[in-house]
Design a protein around this ligand. Structure first.
Ligand code: SAH
Length: 285
């Protein structure tokens, strides 16, 4: 097991200055204990456009006129409505609600789906995967924070997808390591996050089932894909006192949210409500 005295991990620079960070993708040397076949490529989201730009992705020529107009400018109000609804549905963590209110979800979905971006629905993001519905994202983040007063420390996310949840997490954690096994989505997330200038989000291409030992121990681990069991690497890489939130396949074949707390007395697992996530798969593609 890793010592909790291990100094904080920073793969790029001692001081988090943008200039000191290498351009991505950066190939990391395989870690001891991490099979070389599961090559991890770190990509720190870096800016290319000026900050403060309001608007949405370039409208697709096939889009019906009027569908996108104004959503960039109005999205603050639309998000405020979404946050209001989340609170009405029982999400009470003010930091989670604030983070959900800040991240422009419409930037993470296909142009043709922009008008559904703030509805409480999951949406396709390509390669057969989906962005979770806002209510589920908020619920999981609330469980992950577990009433913490400040920010979480380092957080590992399994299943970057389009990068939306990683962006929300960037407001709630000091560092976010997010792994995706599908190259196409890893690239898409990198593209989506570029303009946001989130120096604390580190995108990794690899098999999240083995976690990311280099960043361990993690204050929290969150998975956006459900397997039949919690991979042992996740528990190993969780800090003492840390919490893991993931979908898990139950005996009946259905999925439920599971919360795992790593305590000095042992690992405590709590099964919560039913959920529907894409499957956790091994290897990369
Ligand atoms: N948090 C994402 C949700 C993505 S859906 C978002 O905000 O968009 C779940 C993702 O988990 C999919 O992209 C899928 O490819 C990925 N996934 C499944 N198994 C994985 C694994 N072993 N390692 C990394 N990613 C995995």
């Amino acid at each position: 097991m890793k010592s909790s005295l291990k100094p904080p991990f920073n793969p790029t620079a001692k001081t988090p200055s943008a200039g000191a960070r290498p351009a991505f993708p950066v190939q990391l040397k395989p870690e001891a204990g991490v099979p070389s076949a599961t090559k991890l490529i770190a990509a720190t989201a870096r800016p290319e456009r000026a900050v403060g730009q309001i608007g949405i992705k370039k409208p697709s020529p096939t889009l019906a006129p009027g569908v996108t107009s104004g959503i960039g400018l109005d999205s603050q109000a639309v998000r405020a409505r979404m946050v209001h609804k989340l609170a009405a549905q029982g999400v009470s963590d003010a930091q989670v609600l604030a983070a959900m209110g800040q991240v422009e979800r419409h930037r993470f979905v296909d142009t043709a789906l922009v008008n559904q971006a703030y509805e409480d629905t999951s949406l396709p993001i390509g390669l057969g995967q989906t962005i979770s519905k806002p209510n589920v994202v908020a619920r999981m983040l609330e469980l992950l924070r577990h009433g913490a007063t400040g920010k979480l420390g380092r957080v590992l996310e399994i299943g970057t997808g389009c990068g939306y949840q990683a962006a929300v997490l960037s407001h709630l954690a000091t560092e976010v390591y997010s792994i995706e096994r599908l190259r196409g989505l890893h690239d898409k997330a990198r593209e989506n996050l570029r303009f946001l200038r989130l120096p604390n989000v580190h995108l990794l291409f690899g098999d999240g089932m083995i976690g990311y030992a280099k960043g361990a121990p993690y204050a929290a681990i969150i998975a956006a894909a459900g397997g039949e069991a919690i991979p042992p690497a996740w528990i190993e890489q969780l800090a003492m006192g840390g919490r893991l939130v993931a979908p898990l396949q139950t005996a009946s074949g259905a999925q439920a949210l599971v919360v795992v707390d790593k305590t000095p007395q042992g690992v405590r697992q709590t099964l919560l409500e039913a959920v529907h996530f894409v499957p956790l798969k091994s290897g990369t593609s």
